[in-house]
Ligand binder design. Sequence first.
Ligand SMILES: O=C(O)CCC(=O)C(=O)O
Ligand SMILES: [Fe+2]
Length: 308
Amino acid sequence: MGAVEIAGFTECGWRDPGAAAEHARWCCDRLERGDILVLPHFPVISEEDRRFLTQVRQSGSAFVKNISYEPSSGRVRGFSRSGTDARALERVLRSYAEAVRAAAMELLAPYAPGLQTDLTSFRPIEERGRQLHGRSRNDLIHIDSFPTRPARGRRILRFFTNIHPDEPRVWITSQTFAELAARMAREAGLGADTARRRGLTRQLGDAASAALRGVGIKLVQRSCYDRFTLRFHDYLKDNQAFQRDCSKQRHEFPPASTWIAFTDAVPHAVLSGRYALEQTFFVPLESLIAPEMSPLRILEAIAGGALV
Ligand SMILES: O=C(O)CCC(=O)C(=O)O
Ligand SMILES: [Fe+2]
């Protein structure tokens, strides 16, 4: 597991179109094995848009972690309205989302038919010394799982771009998901919840959510997989011995670089840096080169049964 530099891919696509299919497959394979792909110079947005973003302020609310953009609706949330041109912000985030999607379709061509665009974010706050509470902290090593958007076994693929003019964004990563899960999944509660939620509780839950749907309220329907990955995220952040003793690799992502990882399986934390853009995708299992290496299949093998 590590960071792998991709030299042959530019904003115009693969340098050697004849080898594009083979290179794209290789990239997917590396990602699925837990590596981070790094495009050392891949700024994605123009210098003018970059300067604009560094003037945008995040809302001061404690509930807002990043500025987020929903490509499907065009909604931007979490920015400070005073002094920000909301339409310009929407345009810049949309153009980032579109450019990243176009790059993903070529760089990771095997995923193109199934690639599902999720949210875009802009992260203007300095991460070093950031005062987030407990499980929201970004500087504690974790795997990603989203409380409001269940993955149901799909992979969480994220592109990050450092738009700071001169400082790197610094991450640490740890060992593979397979190793973490083998050591800690049971202790973190894999299996316990699966059994408890079957039967009556489950049926009551279904009836209640049907009733709420009837009056226009949508409940988040989490699979066993999602309930466990949320628990595992919390378990890792709460586990001081793990945070202190786990193997660590440090990565510095330079200004104008873009890096890509399956953050549902690469344990990661950010130590410092400000001004990053990020685009999330879901990749269905059918699109993967090695589905048996996905967190869903690894956890199902440990649990001894289906989790979605
Ligand atoms: O902002 C970053 O560099 C990573 C933060 C993170 O781990 C996350 O948003 O899940
Ligand atoms: Fe994360």
